[in-house]
Write a protein that binds this ligand. Structure first.
Ligand code: MSP
Length: 542
């Protein structure tokens, strides 16, 4: 068993979670569940990015203190993940004392090592993106992703010597082509690295912005929100703490089912491997393309200066677009609210639609119509129908009792072979975050089984005793394949696939790569029910 560390972006909690956040979190959670099913020890991290100008402004507008404002929104995010069946092992908040301590220790160390200096800076600043921008990035006077143009700013800032690390980052990306996926994002960054990237302003004057982590040697400045937020990937692992002071370190324990659970406990000083040593080497960040630069230029150079190994993988998503084909955004009003969609269709259906519809790395549309099409076609018509017609035939022809397979023909051998090969194929795709392709592979099997039922014509076999053995075989083959499918899709639709197992008369947790014949047993009693009710026509369809 190997340890795997997976992170979502640490979201700004200036508003409620939106579909873009749900897209990233669901992908990270699905990957975590697959890897856990395959026997890895997984630590899934998410959290709230709570400092900075954007948050301070939003709090002021809401007439709340920043502390109260972020606490309220952070708990909305935690609740939202619960609703969407995203189960992190730890929820980090950048206002937590343990995180602040890591940021301040890191700053001090880098300052002492000569990686940080004070200078005057004049430039254009985007409040939307919380960073200085260059002229080259502007389209019609503003960043494409911003509503307002950047503002001119001159101030004294501390700078991190990012440019120093440029050649090293370039060499790293050239030597490890698989590190940033899909490859177009690696190419984009390699292109940027051909020219100077400059040093990074990492502080703001406290006189202008007090909502942040104080620079430890100069309290007139607070830490730039990105420098602070990126370190929240490390603080939950107890990074930089001495062995006898790691009180707030997130320990990953195991519940009786083998799933790691976070507990915050005081660990006795011991020789055991720290969470940082255990999990960091496998670090896999899941982000959107809007924060690609911060996760490459900023984060890799910070890590290099700090003397830690680079993360293992960066999975970069495209943008979700609204029904109008434009980037989903609150101001355009073209988004689907994830919590509303989960209420309307069920969390599992939303998770399936997100994962199957928009290939990770590419832009794609999510709308109510699209979610409903996925629900109707893939889930209700293909998987739901296969299940209900098979169970209905077992009730009708075999009194609800699963028969045993009694004949051995090419059609069944092909299904068994295909089903048994699938866990390894699915996992390989999951490792590359190609979840749309992984789920499609399983859905192809579902469609194949529907054709198998049609061509075997059990209703004809049931007409005479001569068809008895063959009918038993067909029925057993489909239920055992459905059992395998429930295991293969459980990470995407945990509740629905548990329901499917229940219909097949199985209890207990799904088992990954269970050999054919060891799942549903002859003699078991099946249940009946509708797995995926079709959506009611609604007036809100877009
Ligand atoms: N706080 C930073 C991240 C710090 S990570 C150390 C941040 N937060 S955010 O709340 O703005 O969320 C950014 C992430 O949300 C994006 O990277 C992306 O994953 C997701 N999305 C936001 N809008 C999106 C779409 N319209 N489509 C898809 N995902 C997008 O940036």
């Amino acid at each position: 068993m190997s340890s795997r560390f997976i992170t979502t972006p640490i979201y700004y909690v200036n508003d409620r979670p939106h579909m873009g956040h749900a897209y990233a979190s669901v992908h990270a959670d699905v990957m975590a569940r697959y890897l856990r099913a395959a026997g890895h020890e997984v630590f899934l991290l998410t959290g709230a990015d709570e400092h900075g100008e954007k948050i301070a402004r939003a709090a002021a507008q809401a007439g709340e203190t920043p502390e109260a404002f972020v606490a309220r929104h952070a708990s909305e995010f935690e609740q939202a993940w619960h609703t969407l069946a995203v189960v992190p092992d730890y929820f980090v908040r950048t206002t937590a004392p343990a995180h602040k301590a890591v940021v301040q220790r890191t700053l001090q160390r880098l300052y002492d090592a000569g990686e940080i200096y004070l200078a005057e800076y004049r430039g254009l600043y985007s409040i939307g993106q919380e960073r200085f921008v260059t002229d080259k990035e502007l389209v019609d006077g503003k960043l494409p992703e911003d509503r307002d143009p950047p503002i001119e700013r001159t101030e004294v800032n501390y700078f991190f010597r990012m440019e120093r690390h440029r050649a090293w980052i370039r060499d790293l990306l050239l030597a490890q082509p698989e590190m940033i996926q899909p490859p177009q994002y690696r190419n984009e960054i390699l292109q940027l690295l051909n020219e100077p990237i400059g040093d990074l302003s990492i502080s703001r004057p406290a006189s202008r912005l007090s909502w942040g982590i104080s620079i430890p040697w100069d309290h007139e400045h607070v830490t730039y929100v990105w420098f602070d937020a990126l370190l929240s990937y490390l603080s939950p692992l107890g990074y930089g703490q001495d062995e006898d002071e790691n009180e707030d370190e997130a320990q990953v324990d195991h519940d009786p089912h083998g799933a790691p659970r976070h507990t915050s406990q005081t660990s006795a000083p011991s020789r055991r491997q720290s969470a940082f040593e255990r999990f960091w080497p496998s670090a896999t960040h899941v982000i959107g393309k809007d924060i690609l630069r911060t996760h490459t230029l900023f984060w890799l150079s910070m890590g290099h200066a700090m003397g830690i190994a680079p993360y293992r993988r960066l999975h970069v998503s495209g943008h979700l677009l609204g029904a109008d084909g434009r980037k989903m955004s609150k101001s355009l009003g073209n988004g689907v609210d994830p919590l509303e969609a989960a209420r309307q269709y069920g969390a599992d259906v939303l998770r399936y639609a997100l994962v199957r519809e928009v290939s990770f790395g590419f832009d794609g549309i999510i709308s109510n119509t699209i979610i409903e099409q996925r629900l109707t076609r893939d889930l209700a018509d293909d998987l739901g129908n296969l299940t209900s017609r098979t169970l209905a035939m077992i009730r009708k022809y075999r009194e609800g009792i699963v028969p045993s397979a009694r004949t051995d023909e090419v059609a069944e051998r092909a299904i068994i072979e295909r089903t048994e090969a699938m866990p390894a194929q699915v996992l390989a795709l999951v490792e590359d975050m190609r979840l749309a392709q992984a789920t499609e592979l399983v859905m192809e099997l579902v469609r194949h089984l529907n054709r198998y039922v049609a061509s075997s014509a059990p209703w004809e076999l049931a007409k005479s005793a001569a068809g008895d053995a063959r009918l038993d075989t067909v029925l057993y083959t489909v239920v055992e394949a459905l059992r395998a499918i429930s295991d293969l899709l459980a990470p995407v639709m945990p509740a629905k696939m548990a329901e499917l197992r229940g219909l097949l008369g199985l209890d207990g947790a799904p088992r990954w790569a269970q050999p054919w014949g060891e799942g549903v047993q002859a003699g078991a009693r099946i249940c009946e029910g509708t797995l995926f009710p079709k959506p009611q026509a609604s007036p809100t369809q877009v």
